[in-house]
Design a protein around this ligand. Structure first.
Ligand SMILES: Cc1cc2nc3c(=O)[nH]c(=O)nc-3n(C[C@H](O)[C@H](O)[C@H](O)COP(=O)(O)OP(=O)(O)OC[C@H]3O[C@@H](n4cnc5c(N)ncnc54)[C@H](O)[C@@H]3O)c2cc1C
Length: 406
């Protein structure tokens, strides 16, 4: 059976690895000159500057992506973060005694009781408001952590996520634990998937955008690439529902992206000093940072550390102002450190943080029985690449089960 995959992001490659391993003839078409989409990196001054992701997997090796990578035989080592996170709280930001490890015990009992009250209201009356309604009831530390967590993990504000979706994230953290860093960064993950695909005679065609899809008798029959129209049995799109619809001249979904700004920083000595996330509660713009060289020094040249900071972006007409404010905060945070900003990347308009704001993904199905969507926009009930893995597992089990055997 011939399978065409549109786009070589993490979702397309992970799906292709499973299908090629099970004997499907897989061909991947990618419009750019590199594969991996927003989950790979390009080398600059010896640093692995990522095309999107902060070189982190939300639930490390124990999460849905870690599990699927193992099942498909990908040769990836993931270092689970320790501590999972720390709160930077207070004004004198570079003093380590103002950092608190993220643990349930650091949050005041009053706010925990509030959380259980909301849970009860949700269970009994299906009361499910957006979190901006509830956050006012929280103490200052919990409120600032919520803002920082949503900004770092999802690039959204409390007014953009319902209680039930936050609850799902909380449950997944309890179930799978916190983040991890793949050795070699995002690129190592996609490289290992490509190795599997190629060893199973799958093909990847770079600089070859898919321009259209053709329907015959209610099914997708062909796709248009550089070489002309080509026929396949199954079509898997890794470009989101909206762009997939456009290939058919149809509109079957509106996506509402979440946007952000990422700063890649070279620093002479560790600022964070561990493999977890530093939630910057003392900042207005920057929501968090990580220092991936504490897990894998090879992500930077010898003697340097690689710090990344993330800032959510609400209004695309204010990108430059937002960057100026973000840089001011970084200057305060990194006072006394020798550092260099290597790259400032903004993410919106088709290359966002999330194509579909977290919690609003609409699954892998399309109106056509042989066309499926994987990746961001078709995530399962988890965040970022772990959500992508869950969406793929669901599709493989439901549509390909006897042959895939997940
Ligand atoms: C700043 C930032 C930080 C992030 N941090 C993290 C993190 O630390 N951890 C995490 O888990 N997630 C993170 N994410 C999210 C994560 O990067 C994405 O969820 C994930 O990479 C999306 O993968 P995907 O499968 O949807 O494919 P995409 O990466 O969206 O890839 C789609 C591919 O399709 C190609 N394409 C598009 N149109 C066509 C066409 N017509 N024909 C052929 N090819 C086409 C594109 O060029 C691209 O290569 C972050 C994202 C950003 C932007």
């Amino acid at each position: 059976m011939k399978v065409a995959i549109i786009g070589s992001g993490l979702g397309g490659l992970l799906t292709a690895a499973f299908l090629s391993k099970k004997g499907y003839e897989v061909e991947i078409f990618e419009k750019l000159r590199f594969y991996g989409g927003r989950f790979t990196s390009l080398k600059y001054k010896g640093f692995q500057i990522s095309t999107g992701a902060l070189h982190m997997i939300p639930h490390g090796k124990r999460g849905p992506l870690g599990i699927l990578l193992k099942k498909v035989g990908a040769n990836v080592e993931i270092v689970d973060s320790k501590p999972e996170g720390e709160l930077l709280y207070g004004d004198k930001s570079d003093r380590s005694d103002e950092r608190i490890e993220v643990r349930s015990s650091v949050f005041p009992l009053g706010s925990k009781i509030k959380f259980f009250k909301w849970l009860l209201k949700y269970r009994m009356f299906r009361s499910d408001p957006y979190m901006d309604k509830y956050e006012k009831e929280l103490d200052e530390l919990s409120r600032k952590f919520l803002k920082s967590f949503l900004g770092w993990s999802l690039s959204i504000q409390s007014s953009e996520i319902k209680f039930s979706k936050l609850l799902a994230i909380y449950r997944n953290v309890v179930k799978y634990n916190g983040p991890g860093i793949p050795i070699g960064g995002c690129k190592a993950v996609v490289d290992s998937l490509v190795e599997i695909i190629k060893s199973n005679e799958g093909n990847i065609f770079l600089k070859n955008p898919v321009k259209g899809l053709k329907i015959e008798n209610g099914m997708i029959k062909k796709l248009e690439v550089k070489e002309g129209w080509e026929e396949f049995d199954i079509f898997i799109s890794n470009i989101g529902h909206e762009a997939t619809g456009k290939l058919l001249g149809e509109k079957y979904s509106d996506e509402e992206e979440s946007r952000g700004i990422k700063y890649s920083i070279s620093i002479d000595r560790p600022f964070i000093g561990h493999t977890g996330v530093l939630f910057t509660l003392n900042c207005e713009k920057i929501s968090g940072m990580n220092e991936v060289t504490n897990a894998d020094p090879s992500l930077a040249p010898q003697g340097k550390h690689f710090l990344q900071a993330h800032q959510p972006l609400k209004d695309v007409t204010r990108v430059e102002e937002e960057i100026r404010s973000g840089l001011e905060e970084l200057k305060l945070l990194l006072k006394g450190y020798d550092y260099e900003i290597l790259a400032i990347q903004s993410y919106f308009n088709g290359w966002p943080v999330n194509r579909m704001m977290s919690g609003r993904d609409i699954g892998y199905k399309t109106p056509y029985s042989n066309l499926f969507v994987v990746g961001d926009g078709a995530k399962g009930d988890d965040i970022e690449v772990d959500g992508i893995a869950l969406g793929i597992a669901e599709m493989l089990e439901a549509e390909f089960d006897e042959r895939i055997g997940l």
